[in-house]
Every structure is written in structure tokens, then in C-alpha cells.
Design a protein around this ligand. Structure first.
Ligand SMILES: [Zn+2]
Length: 429
């Protein structure tokens, strides 16, 4: 099973100074920054997925700057991602249309021929057909039963595009493997779409629109699709947000999936921000310790404007929390004293009150429990990845993109190991 990382310019500055809390003045993002496979010294994934919607153009505003998008077209995806070295030659590079970026449009802004040309010219190894997201979902729907007119229109558009996409890729003898994207409003309609894609000639299908679905619903879809296609047909899950549940998807014969989940959770999840391998085949999670910049955090700034806190006092508490955490890491501070200093600075954030006025509150007590677990375990000392060795306790501090994304990249490495252990176990079973 291949773990494909969906990139959206997730790089960090290797020269970032954690103590001074800044990058060198001459830093040029992209050029000086390091992708996960650069900062770790190896690729923590089997491939990368780039959405056309992230690259962007005159129709869809992407995440790339105009000059980055130009460079992408000029040098191709492999060189742009700096995956053009021999040690990365085995990595797959998937492309999709980024259907979420045009979900509001009546039709996708790209023609099948245009996407074939894009994938081929930019050097993708795999390219997804031009789909249109269907949001309705009826877990009991059989075949083409049910479905709104809106859903049916999008179902037809997706299949017509897939047919034209496959023919065009054949006609120009494209250098990438075409994937036919499945969109449907029910397991039955998805199975029907899959059956038709196979009839068009596809042997690799990508299941789209899974982002809002829960694991049991995704399984219903996979079950219906698997029953409708030959066993040799490979399946990919697009935007697999339930990546940590992957073990329970054993049996559906998934060839590959793409996700950003391990990276994103480093800074978007309320509790599970730092991964470690767990007992047996599981994962363990730790809460990162929030020490935001007093002068930049909107919530703290509001408190200052309202006259609840003095800016100088917040800056003092922030420095005290950071200094205590570093002293703790060196073995020069006690856990409870460190935790106390962190919580005193957390109170204005969590309760918008001074610590003395809310120290017994439910949220602060819960936070204290999670932080205590993180500090007691010191998980950053249990990881030998380059990021944890170099950043030490800073990897677990929730503060700015350079710490948060480093933690996310560490998670990618732990997650890749997790997938490899699961595959090994299956090979033995
Ligand atoms: Zn690590």
C-alpha cells in the first residue's frame, strides 16, 4: 500500500533560530526552505500528490505564487519539488484537478485534454481524470437509485470527462498512468461509476469525495466498488482524512491513498499533535504545548486592547514559559514548576482571564493533564529522526510554522513507519 503525501508547499526553514525565534534576514522561502524529504534526509512517503488547484492559474487561485506556478510549468513537478535526485527516482508523483477548488462551479474549469497535457508536460507518473464533487451521501443507495438532479448531473460530467481523458491519454501516448475518478451519492452509484470506468479501459481508479465521510461510510463504498470491478483493478483513495484508521481498511485491497492528515494534525488537532509508534501496531499521540507569540496572537491582543492584560506582562509570561520548557529539557527544572509556568501563560489564552482567577477551571485542568503527560513522557527524546534530534523540545512547542510544520514532518516519518509495519504484518499473516 502506497502512502502518497498531498503537498501544499509544506517546507520549513532549516536555518530557523529557535532561541532568537526567527529566520535569517536573507532567507528566500522555497529556495532556502526544505521539503520533508530534504530536512529528514529521506522521503517519509512513497510519493507526492500535487493538485492543479494548489498550483493555480488565471482561473483558479492556487497556493503557489505566480512565479512558482511559472517555474512549475517550466521545470516540471519532479524538479519543482526537488525530487529529481536518484534516491527519489522511485517516488510516484500523482496529480489531480483539485476538485474542491471549483466545487461551486457548474462545470470543472479544465477540459480532459488540457489536464492530459498538464500531467504529461509536467512529468507526473499518475494523473486523475477531471471529476466534479458530489456532496450528497446516502449510505443505503443501490445502483442508480435516488440522488438529486444536481448529483446526477455531476455523476454524468465526471464519467464523460473520464472517457475523454482516457482516450486523449491513449491518443498522445501520455507518459503517465491515468486514474479514473469515481464520484457518486451512494455506495451503489459509486459501484456503477467504477464498473463504467473499467469498461472505458481504466485499471486504476481513484475514489473521490471521501473527505466528509466517516470510516464506516468509506468502507461501504469500498465494499460496493470492490464487488463491481475485477480484482486486478487498483484503487486509490483521494484525500483520505481518516488515515490513522488505515489498519481497519485491510481487506479492501487499497493500492494507494493520499493524505495530509499526519502533517495537519500537528497544528490543527486539539489534542493529538505529536505521533510516536505505540504498543503493537498502533500509534500514540501527545498534545503539543502552546506558547504563542504574545505580540502576534489575536486572542491575547484582544485581551490587551480590552485592558485585561498588560502587553509587557504577557511577554514576560511567554518568556518564562519558554525558558522553563528549555530548562526542563536540559534536566534543570522540575516538571511541576515547568507546567505551572506554562499554565500561567495558558490561562489568558484558554480562559481569557489571569491564571489566579481561573486556575481550577475545567479546561485548564484538562489541559494540565495533557501537558503533564507530554512532559512526563518527553516523547521528543524517544524519536531519533533528524528533526527531533535538532529541534529537541522545540518540536513539541506549538508556536509558529517552523515548529508546527517540523512536528508535522516528524509525524509523516512516524506514519510512514506505521504503514510499513502494517504491510509487514499482513505479509506474514
Ligand atoms: Zn522525530
Amino acid at each position: 500500500m502506497k502512502f502518497i503525501f498531498a503537498d501544499s508547499l509544506d517546507y520549513v526553514d532549516p536555518a530557523f533560530d529557535f532561541i532568537a525565534d526567527r529566520s535569517p534576514a536573507e532567507r528566500q522561502p522555497y529556495w532556502d526552505d526544505a521539503y520533508p524529504h530534504e530536512i529528514l534526509g529521506y522521503a517519509p512517503y512513497d510519493g507526492v500528490l500535487v493538485s492543479r488547484g494548489i498550483v493555480g492559474d488565471h482561473r483558479v487561485k492556487g497556493k503557489y505564487t505566480a512565479s512558482q506556478a511559472r517555474r512549475f510549468h517550466l521545470v516540471g513537478v519532479r524538479k519543482f519539488l526537488r525530487l529529481d535526485k536518484p534516491e527519489f527516482a522511485h517516488l510516484d508523483i500523482f496529480g489531480d484537478c483539485g476538485a474542491f477548488t471549483y466545487v461551486q462551479e457548474e462545470r470543472p474549469p479544465y477540459s480532459p485534454a488540457e489536464m492530459v497535457e498538464f500531467y504529461d508536460e509536467c512529468g507526473f507518473t499518475h494523473g486523475c481524470s477531471v471529476d466534479h464533487i458530489i456532496f450528497d451521501f446516502d449510505p443505503a443507495g443501490k445502483a442508480r437509485e435516488g440522488g438529486s438532479d444536481h448529483a446526477k448531473t455531476r455523476f454524468d460530467i465526471t464519467l464523460e470527462n473520464a472517457d475523454a481523458f482516457f482516450r486523449e491519454a491513449r491518443a498522445i501516448d501520455a507518459g503517465f498512468t491515468p486514474l479514473g475518478v469515481i464520484q457518486g451519492w451512494s455506495p451503489g452509484s459509486m459501484a456503477e461509476a467504477a464498473r463504467r470506468l473499467v469498461a472505458m479501459g481504466y485499471d486504476y481508479l481513484a475514489l473521490g469525495g471521501m473527505v466528509p465521510l466517516k470510516s464506516p461510510e468509506i468502507k461501504l463504498c469500498l465494499e460496493a466498488i470492490r464487488a463491481a470491478v475485477p480484482s486486478a483493478t487498483r484503487l486509490h483513495i483521494l484525500g483520505f482524512a481518516k488515515a490513522d484508521d488505515i489498519d481497519s481498511f485491510h481487506g479492501y485491497d487499497i493500492a494507494s491513498f493520499d493524505t495530509t492528515s499526519p502533517l495537519i494534525r500537528a497544528f490543527k488537532d486539539a489534542k493529538q499533535n505529536y505521533y510516536l509508534p505505540g504498543e503493537g501496531l498502533g500509534l500514540r499521540y501527545f498534545t503539543s504545548i502552546r506558547v504563542p507569540q504574545a505580540i502576534e496572537n489575536p486572542k491575547l491582543q484582544r485581551g490587551v486592547k480590552k485592558g485585561m492584560f498588560r502587553a509587557e506582562e504577557l511577554i514576560r509570561l511567554e518568556a518564562l514559559a519558554l525558558d522553563s520548557l528549555r530548562a526542563f529539557d536540559r534536566g534543570e527544572a522540575e516538571l511541576e514548576d515547568t507546567l505551572h509556568n506554562v499554565l500561567v501563560y495558558s490561562a489568558p489564552l484558554v480562559e481569557e482571564k489571569p491564571y489566579e482567577d481561573c486556575k481550577g477551571s475545567v479546561s485548564l485542568t484538562r489541559l494540565a493533564q495533557r501537558y503533564r503527560a507530554t512532559l512526563a513522557e518527553q516523547p521528543w527524546k524517544q524519536c531519533s529522526c533528524k528533526i527531533c534530534r535538532d529541534a529537541a523540545i522545540d518540536v513539541i512547542i506549538f508556536r509558529g510554522s517552523n515548529r508546527n510544520k517540523r512536528r508535522g514532518i516528524h509525524n509523516l516519518a512516524v506514519y510512514q513507519d506505521h504503514i510499513e509495519r502494517l504491510d509487514l504484518k499482513r505479509a506474514v499473516d
